[in-house]
Design a protein around this ligand. Structure first.
Ligand code: H2P
Length: 839
C-alpha cells in the first residue's frame, strides 16, 4: 500500500478540509457544483428531484471522507471487525437519516431555503430502496445504524438487487405486483467499485487428492464476477462511518466477439445476461416461487465474494490464521448466507492448504447464526442434487462435516437413533435435502433467537436436540429498532418534547433508557397537552397522506387503529377484519343513543402478500371488500372507516407509526419470533393490542401489562387446542365469528371468490391452525377495553406516555451491545474526529 509522508498528508488534509466546510455558503457551493458537474445540468435551472440528487451527492461526499478515514484507522489498528451477512437490507430513504446522523440537518435546511428549495420536499423525491421483505431486512438496517453509532468496526454484506420488493397496487380489491426498478433514476448513495471485484464459480468438476476431506481442485463450470457497490453508513454523533457492501453480478468473460462475428448473436449475449440475472431480483418470502436454483446461486454468489473480501482485508495485516476468529466475526442473518461457512472452510482447505482441524476451528470460531422464525416453511432445505451440480466441493464438505458431527453425537448419545436423524444435515433417502439450519448451527459458535420467548421455543422444541448437544451455544438477543429513524427522524415533535422535558439535549438519542424520565410527567397537564398536540399533528400528516395517495378522507377525531406488516396467516390480519365485520354488524343493530357511545375508528390494515401466497392475497381482497361496503354505508356515519394502507414500506411506515393510537400485534402465540414494529409503535406513543407472543411479552414486562390490551391464548393453550380434534373445535366455534362468516357468505361484502370462502369453511369445520376461534372472544373483549380506555383520554395518554418512557430496552443499541458482549466479543473503537485536530 502507498504510504504518504506526514508532510504530504498534511497537505492532502488541508485540501480536503477546505472542501468540507459546514457553513451555509460551502454547503450551497457543493450542491450547485454537483448540479453542474455531476448531473451536467445548469445551476440556473434545476428541479426538486435534481436538488435531491445534488444534495445527496453533497452529503455523500462528507460520508465518503468519514468512511475512508474510519476504514483507514481500523486498518492501521488491525481492528477486530464484525461482518453482518444478510440477503436483505431494508434501508429506507437515506437523505434525512444521513443528515441527522452527521448533525447537519438544520444547516442543509437553511442553505437550501436560501436557494429556493424546501428540505422536506426534497426528502420526498428520494426513492425508497426496498431490498427486503419485512422485519428481517429492516432489522439488518437498524443494526447497521446502531453498529456505526456505537463505534463498532463493522460492515454489512448483501446483494445489490436491480429489483427490490414489488410495489403493491390494488385493482378491484386485489393485490397487483409492479416491478420495483428502484435504480431507474440512479442512486446517489452508492459508490460503484469496479476495483473491488471477485470471481465466483458455479458447476464444473471437483477432483480430490488425499484422504479424509482431502484437498482438491475445483475447475470448469461458469465463472461470474461480483462487483462491489458501497453505501456509507454514518453513526449518530460520531465521526465513525461504516460500510454496506452490496454485490452485483457481471459476466466473467469478456464479450465473445468471435461468436458474435460468427453470427451467434443470441448465444454471446445470453451468456452475459445469465450472469447478470443472478442479482436481478429480491425473492419474496413464503412463496412457492420457482427458480430455487437461482436463489441458491444468489446465496453462494454473495457469500463467495464476501469471504474473498474478508480474507483479503485480513491478509493486509496478518499472517497467522489462528488470529482469524479473534479478528473477524461473521453473523448470519438467518440461514440464507449459511453457505458462507462452508465456503470459508473450502478456501482454508483447498486454497490456503490448512489442515482440517485448524480450518474447522477457524470456521466455528468465526460464525454466529441468528434464527428469525419457527415456521417450518422458512427453514431452508436445498436438494442434494442441486447443490452437488452447482457447488460440488461444498456438497462434499457438508457430507464430511456431517459425518464427523454425527459420529460425535453417536458417542455422546449412544443408541439415540432418533436424535441422529433429526440433527443430521441431510434429510430423506431418495430425494435427499440439506437442512441449512443444521449446517448453520454446527458451524457457528453461537445460535440466537430474537426475543426471549422465541429463544425458549428454539431450545424447547425447534432445536431441542441441538440444545441438548450444545447447551452453551444457544442464547437470546431480543431485537431492537434504531431510535434515530424510528423516533428522532419520523417524529420530530415528540423528539423535541422529550429533549425539552428531560433537559439533556439529544443525549437520549443514543441512550434510550434516559427517556424513562418522562414517566414522571404522565399526569402533568402541561406535558400531556403537548403530547396530545404532537399526536394530532402526526394524525394530520397521515390524514393528508391518505387523502393524497388513496383519495380517502378520514376524520381526525377517530381512534387510529393500525395493523401493518407482511400479510400472513400467522399474523392474523384475517382476525382483525373479521372483528371489523363484527363491529359493523353490531353498529347496524344499534339505536341512535347507543351509537353515540361508539368510539369512532379509522382502521388501517397494510402489508404485502408474497406473490405466490394465495390465501394471503385472498385476505387483501376481503379487507378491500369490507372497506368498500363499510366506507360507503352512510347509515353508520363514519363510525368505522377501513383503509387498506397501500404499498406499505419503510417511508410510509415513518408516517403511519407516529400517527397511530392503537397498534395491533395479534399473532397466534408461539408464531411471531419477535416483531419489531411493536417496539416502534410503543416508542411513538401508540398502545398495543396484542397476544403474549414474540417481543410483546417483553414489552409487557417493561411497560406493564396494564398499559397494553393483552388477550388470547398463551403458547401452552395453543398447543392444547391444536392437539384437539376438528370435531372439538367445530363444536366450540365462536358465535360472533360464525355471524361474520354468514355475512360474508350472504354477499354483504360483494362477490368473493371461492378460495376465501373455502378458507372460512375450513375454520368452521374445525381446521383452525392459527386459532382464530380460540382467541376471538378475548380479542373482542380486549377491543372493548381499548374503546373504554379511549373514552378516558387522560388515562389513554398516560398509558401511551408510560409506554414511550419505558421503551428504552427496545433500542437496537441495546441489542447490538449484547451481541458485542456475548457473541462477537468486541469493544467499541472510537476514531478521532480529524475536525477536532488543532489546525
Ligand atoms: C421476521 C420475524 C419477526 C422478527 C423479524 C426480525 C422474519 O420478520 O417474523 O418476528 O421480528 O424477522 O427478527 P418478518 O415477519 O417481519 O418478515
Amino acid at each position: 500500500a502507498l504510504k504518504v509522508s506526514e508532510g504530504t498528508r498534511e497537505n492532502l488534509w488541508s485540501l480536503m478540509n477546505s472542501y468540507q466546510g459546514r457553513d451555509s455558503r460551502s454547503i450551497q457551493r457543493s450542491i450547485v457544483n454537483h448540479v453542474e458537474y455531476t448531473l451536467g445540468l445548469t445551476r440556473f435551472n434545476f428541479k426538486d428531484f435534481n436538488a435531491y440528487q445534488a444534495t445527496s451527492y453533497s452529503v455523500r461526499d462528507r460520508l465518503i471522507e468519514q468512511l475512508n478515514d474510519s476504514n483507514e484507522y481500523f486498518n492501521s489498528q488491525n481492528s477486530k471487525r464484525v461482518y453482518y451477512l444478510s440477503l436483505e437490507f431494508l434501508l429506507g430513504r437515506m437523505l434525512q437519516n444521513s443528515l441527522v446522523n452527521i448533525d447537519m440537518e438544520k444547516k442543509y435546511k437553511d442553505a437550501l431555503t436560501d436557494i429556493g428549495f424546501k428540505l422536506e420536499e426534497i426528502y420526498e423525491e428520494e426513492v425508497d430502496p426496498a431490498l427486503g421483505n419485512g422485519g428481517l431486512g429492516r432489522l439488518a438496517a437498524c443494526f447497521l445504524d446502531s453498529m456505526a453509532t456505537l463505534d463498532i468496526p463493522a460492515m454489512g454484506y448483501g446483494i445489490r438487487y436491480d429489483y427490490g420488493i414489488f410495489k403493491q397496487q390494488i385493482q378491484d380489491g386485489y393485490q397487483v405486483e409492479q416491478p420495483d426498478y428502484w435504480l431507474a433514476k440512479g442512486n446517489p448513495w452508492e459508490i460503484e467499485r469496479p476495483d473491488v471485484a471477485y470471481p465466483v464459480r458455479f458447476g464444473g468438476t471437483f477432483t480430490k487428492s488425499g484422504s479424509g476431506c482431502g484437498v482438491g481442485r475445483w475447475e470448469g463450470g461458469e465463472v461470474v464476477m461480483a462487483i462491489a457497490y458501497d453505501t456509507p453508513v454514518p453513526g449518530f454523533n460520531t465521526y465513525n462511518t461504516n460500510r454496506l457492501r452490496l454485490w452485483r453480478s457481471r459476466p466473467g468473460n469478456e464479450f465473445d466477439l468471435q461468436k458474435f462475428n460468427d453470427g451467434q448473436y443470441d448465444k454471446s449475449i445470453m451468456e452475459r445476461q445469465r450472469a447478470e440475472y443472478i442479482t436481478s431480483v429480491l425473492y419474496p418470502n413464503d412463496s412457492t416461487w420457482e427458480g430455487k436454483q437461482l436463489r441458491l446461486k444468489q446465496q453462494y454468489f454473495f457469500c463467495c465474494a464476501t469471504i474473498q473480501d474478508i480474507i483479503k482485508r485480513f491478509k493486509l495485516n496478518n499472517t497467522n490464521w489462528n488470529d482469524f476468529p479473534k479478528l473477524n466475526q461473521i453473523q448470519l442473518n438467518d440461514t440464507h448466507p449459511a453457505i458462507a461457512a462452508i465456503e470459508l472452510l473450502r478456501v482454508l482447505l483447498d486454497v490456503e492448504r490448512l489442515p482440517y482441524d485448524q480450518a474447522w476451528m477457524i470456521v466455528t470460531g468465526t460464525f454466529g447464526y441468528t434464527n428469525h422464525t419457527v415456521l417450518p416453511e422458512a427453514l431452508e432445505k436445498w436438494s442434494v442434487n442441486m447443490l452437488q451440480s452447482l457447488l460440488p466441493r461444498h456438497m462434499d464438505l457438508i457430507f464430511f462435516i456431517n459425518q464427523i458431527f454425527l459420529e460425535e453425537v453417536k458417542r455422546r448419545f449412544p443408541g439415540d437413533g432418533r436424535r441422529l436423524e433429526v440433527v443430521s444435515m441431510i434429510e430423506g433417502w431418495e430425494d435427499k435435502r440439506v437442512r441449512m439450519a443444521n449446517v448453520a448451527i454446527v458451524c457457528s459458535h453461537h445460535v440466537n433467537g430474537v426475543a426471549a420467548l422465541h429463544t425458549q421455543i428454539l431450545k424447547a422444541s425447534v432445536f431441542k436436540d441441538f440444545y441438548e448437544i450444545f447447551p452453551d451455544k444457544f442464547l437470546n438477543m431480543t431485537n431492537g429498532v434504531t431510535p434515530r429513524r424510528w423516533l428522532y427522524c419520523c417524529n420530530p415533535g415528540l423528539a423535541q418534547l422529550i429533549s425539552d422535558t428531560i433537559n439533556n439535549d439529544d443525549d437520549w438519542v443514543t441512550d434510550m433508557r434516559m427517556v424513562e424520565e418522562i414517566a414522571a410527567y404522565a399526569d402533568e397537564q402541561g406535558f400531556v397537552d403537548k403530547f396530545k398536540q404532537v399526536k394530532v399533528d402526526c394524525k394530520k400528516q397521515l390524514q393528508h397522506y391518505i387523502e393524497k395517495t388513496q383519495g380517502i378522507h378520514i376524520r381526525l377525531d377517530a381512534m387510529y387503529d393500525v395493523l401493518v406488516k407482511r400479510i400472513h396467516e400467522y399474523k392474523r390480519q384475517l382476525m382483525d377484519i373479521l372483528y371489523i365485520i363484527h363491529r359493523y354488524l353490531q353498529i347496524l343493530g344499534m339505536n341512535e343513543e347507543q351509537r353515540r357511545n361508539v368510539v369512532p375508528r379509522v382502521v388501517f390494515i397494510g402489508g404485502k402478500a408474497a406473490p405466490g401466497y394465495k390465501d394471503a392475497k385472498g385476505f387483501i381482497k376481503l379487507i378491500n371488500s369490507v372497506a368498500d361496503r363499510i366506507n360507503n354505508d352512510k347509515s353508520i356515519n363514519d363510525l368505522i372507516k377501513v383503509v387498506f394502507f397501500k404499498n406499505y414500506c419503510v417511508s410510509n411506515a415513518q408516517i403511519i407509526i407516529p400517527a397511530a393510537d392503537l397498534s395491533q400485534h395479534i399473532s397466534t402465540a408461539g408464531t411471531e419470533a419477535s416483531g419489531t414494529s411493536n417496539m416502534k409503535f410503543t416508542m411513538n406513543g401508540a398502545l398495543i393490542i396484542g397476544t403474549m407472543d414474540g417481543a410483546n411479552v417483553e414489552i409487557a414486562q417493561e411497560i406493564g401489562k396494564e398499559n397494553m390490551f393483552v388477550f388470547g391464548a398463551d403458547v401452552h393453550e395453543v398447543d392444547r387446542y391444536r392437539a384437539q380434534t376438528d370435531e372439538y373445535r367445530k363444536g366450540r366455534l365462536d358465535g360472533r365469528l360464525r355471524n361474520a362468516f354468514r355475512a360474508i357468505y350472504e354477499g354483504k361484502f360483494g362477490a368473493l371468490n371461492d378460495d376465501i370462502k373455502g378458507y372460512l369453511n375450513r375454520i368452521e369445520a374445525g381446521s383452525d391452525h392459527y386459532c382464530l376461534s380460540l382467541d376471538f372472544a378475548s380479542y373482542v373483549e380486549a377491543q372493548e377495553r381499548a374503546d373504554r380506555t379511549y373514552r378516558d383520554q387522560a388515562l389513554w395518554n398516560k398509558m401511551a406516555i408510560i409506554g414511550i418512557a419505558k421503551s428504552g430496552k427496545f433500542s437496537s443499541d441495546r441489542t447490538i451491545q449484547e451481541y458485542c458482549a456475548q457473541i462477537w466479543k468486541i469493544t467499541p473503537k472510537r476514531i478521532p474526529n480529524p475536525a477536532d485536530k488543532p489546525q
